[in-house]
Write a protein that binds this ligand. Structure first.
Ligand SMILES: Cc1ncc(COP(=O)(O)O)c(C=O)c1O
Length: 393
């Protein structure tokens, strides 16, 4: 094995013997689907982030769908979000027959621009019912401004916190600040259950609706209320719900991951710090600000196009040759055929999004990354940058 050429993946889950034992414990218990492990995971998670309710689901996509449904978002409504996100954020709006109103991102991050958000709310004159801010890459959005706007125009907030667990801000954990927040436990996220998600809220009303709709619209209390015969096998279907529940196997893994969440965060912060110190002098890239309110789920560098004779895609190819895995987060949604055709978007409709997309590369960051691997990423970027440097500018 040649340590110099081993491929460094862009992301890798950090699981150990604890998660293995937890999964085996559940498999041997004879109860595999939602049960005691789910209940315990929810209790532990709610207490961890300080929210009244935490409800497990089988993905953040499901969680976002349920949270919007619980707010009563339906056909004809509009929901403000950014085009700089994964398709899940926006597709759930479409599931409900509502329309996403894309708002461009701000200059110094990949997050929704609060000023443009307010403009959109005014422009759509009461039609925007909810805001779906995405804490892109784990960087917490400007929630003070977003909350003030939401209050001023009486609009609800569902935080897409798929990337931002466990960022703690002055107002509480990222994801707990809006009316509800949704975390993802997909395999590459900051903690994982393989596939999974969590909705957090302080609203009894949202929690109740979510708990009914995540499992077929079944309401056992309703059965007890409307019939004289209560019974453990009896249930009432009160809506056409969904099959979005988490299994006990996933929840048991999640409970172990939750215990490690702060260690993972510290490891990610340390890698981000090393990247920052190792690359802050490279003038052919722009690195993210080393801010506190960041989970460092993603570390996104941006190429200074004017300093280089190659474009982003070729830079990625060069990194691949060096054995460095990368990704691009994200191809903006307004450039995707579905949204482009549905809403007749032009690429230039969201200039900041377009610019960031053209320049961005997500480089490896995961808790198990070694110092040697971090250094190899830095030196590979330096090597490529020097090879293609435009000395004439
Ligand atoms: C910003 C964002 N929101 C939502 C999701 C959906 O998460 P999940 O895969 O758990 O459904 C993702 C997934 O990557 C995401 O990146």
């Amino acid at each position: 094995m040649n340590r110099n050429t081993d491929f460094i993946p862009f992301s890798k889950p950090s699981t150990g013997i604890e998660e293995e034992n937890a999964a085996v414990r559940v498999i041997r218990s004879g109860w595999l689907t939602s049960g005691i492990e789910v209940k315990e995971f929810e209790k532990e998670f709610a207490s961890y982030v300080g929210s009244k309710h935490a409800l497990t689901v089988n993905s953040a996509t499901a969680g976002l769908h349920l949270a919007l449904e619980a707010l009563g978002i339906s056909r004809g409504d509009k929901v403000a979000t950014t085009p700089y996100t994964f398709t899940a954020t926006s597709e759930v709006i479409r599931y409900l027959g509502a329309d996403p109103i894309f708002v461009d991102i701000e200059r110094d991050s990949w997050n929704i621009d609060p000023e443009l958000l307010e403009k959109a709310i005014i422009e759509y004159n009461g039609q925007i019912k909810a805001i779906l801010p995405v804490h892109m890459g784990g960087q917490h959005c400007r929630m003070d401004e977003i909350c003030a706007i939401a209050e001023k125009y009486n609009v609800k907030i569902i935080e897409d916190a798929a990337h931002s667990f466990p960022v703690k801000t002055e107002r509480g954990f990222s994801g707990t600040i809006g009316d509800a927040g949704v975390y993802s436990f997909y395999a590459n996220k900051t903690i994982t259950t393989g596939e999974g998600g969590m909705i957090v809220t302080d609203s009894d009303e949202i929690a109740r609706r979510v708990s009914i709709m995540r499992l077929h619209g079944i309401d056992r209390d309703a059965w007890n209320r409307y019939t004289s015969s209560a019974g453990s096998w009896k249930y009432a279907v009160v809506a056409a719900g969904f099959k979005y529940n988490m299994t006990d196997i996933a929840a048991a893994i999640g409970r172990e991951q939750l215990k490690k969440a702060m260690d993972f965060l510290n490891a990610r912060k340390e890698i981000a710090r090393k990247y920052h110190n190792g690359m802050k002098h490279f003038d052919f890239i722009k690195i993210p600000e080393y801010k506190r309110d960041h989970s460092w789920h993603l570390y996104i560098i941006r190429l200074a196009e004017e300093k280089l004779s190659i474009d982003r895609d070729s830079f990625i190819e060069e990194l691949k040759i060096e054995g460095i895995g990368t990704s691009v987060h994200y191809i903006p949604l307004h450039m995707m055929p579905y949204y482009k055709e549905l809403y007749s978007f032009k690429e230039t409709d969201f200039p900041e999004t377009l610019q960031k997309y053209r320049e961005s590369i997500s480089i490896p960051i995961f808790p198990g990354m070694t110092e040697f691997q971090v250094e190899r990423v830095i030196s590979s970027i330096k090597k490529i940058g020097e090879k293609y440097y435009r000395y004439n500018v």
